[in-house]
Design a protein around this ligand. Structure first.
Ligand SMILES: [Zn+2]
Ligand SMILES: [Zn+2]
Length: 287
């Protein structure tokens, strides 16, 4: 099995760690990874930055950093070609109402892109205001007070937005790999808010989305970052959904979502074990 870390960040996400991309890649090589996707947050649409409510998470690269980012990833892809296969990527934010700007960015950069992690970090509340869902429990509570009183509505909103993002991303060149990022991110603060399990309607929406991914040959980010998040404690997506996706024939790709060098490859063993257990179950059923 190819050992790949398909979701990683850099100093351009401004999270305090100023470590060089070279250090991340050296770490991945030391851990025995064959393939490594650099997927920094693409710059956010300018109008969105101007209009948005609440604190904007400064985790996306700034527009004036785009050239430096691409030049550095390109340089290291060549430099380390004999040791590790580096994929040039972005984590793309799907933001409702800003589709034209996001589409323009993708069009302008499609020659450079090998892979995209497509993520929903912002969604509209009942009043139609866009709020971040993974910035802090406080901001989620502020933006989605009414929805949190009925968590299935919060989930429904999230999966409706995720389905829109999948519809949105079509039309890119065939050679670009598309992966849906952390598809249960709405549960990031599940222990903080004591969120219930998804009800059967949400599960059936999730199945519909998985069908969409399968039909379009999109992949699924099997994201380990939630495992060590205090209010989450499981991978994104959770194991039952990951198993359903795997059985449908969707390719799951491990992602550390590393924002610092020491997180590269985090919990790879847990994700690998889960993958092996899915295969084992399929095998046993056939036997
Ligand atoms: Zn993300
Ligand atoms: Zn990420």
């Amino acid at each position: 099995m190819l050992k790949k870390d398909g979701h990683t960040h850099t100093k351009w996400s401004h999270h305090g760690s100023n470590q060089s991309l070279e250090e991340y890649i050296e770490r991945a090589i030391a851990l025995g990874f064959d393939e490594y996707t650099v997927s920094e947050h693409a710059p956010l649409p300018l109008d969105f930055l101007k209009n948005s409510i609440g604190p904007i998470d400064d985790s996306a690269m700034h527009w004036e950093e785009l050239n430096d980012y691409q030049a550095e990833v390109t340089r290291l892809k060549k430099k380390y070609a004999a040791k590790i296969n580096i994929k040039q990527g972005f984590e793309i934010d799907y933001i409702a109402d800003y589709e034209p700007q996001i589409r323009a960015f993708l069009r302008d950069n499609s020659d450079w892109i090998d892979e995209i992690v497509l993520s929903v970090h912002f969604m509209k509340n009942r009043a139609g205001q866009l709020y971040g869902i993974d910035y802090s429990p406080e901001l989620l509570a502020e933006g989605f007070k009414l929805e949190l009183a009925n968590p299935q509505e919060l989930f429904q909103r999230y999966y409706a937005t995720l389905a829109q993002s999948v519809e949105f991303i079509t039309g890119l060149p065939q050679n670009i790999n598309i992966r849906i990022g952390h598809m249960t991110l709405i549960r990031k603060y599940q222990k903080y808010f004591d969120l219930p399990d998804f009800d059967h309607k949400i599960y059936s929406t999730i199945r519909d989305i998985l069908e969409m991914l399968h039909n379009r040959h999109y992949q699924l980010d099997f994201n380990a970052a939630g495992i060590s998040k205090p209010y989450n404690g499981e991978p994104y997506p959770s194991l039952d959904i990951a198993k359903a996706a795997h059985e449908m024939g969707i390719t799951l790709v491990y992602g550390s979502d590393a924002h610092q060098v020491q997180d590269v490859g985090q919990h790879f063993d847990i994700i690998q074990q889960a993958m092996q257990s899915f295969d084992k179950i399929v095998h046993d059923e056939q036997a």
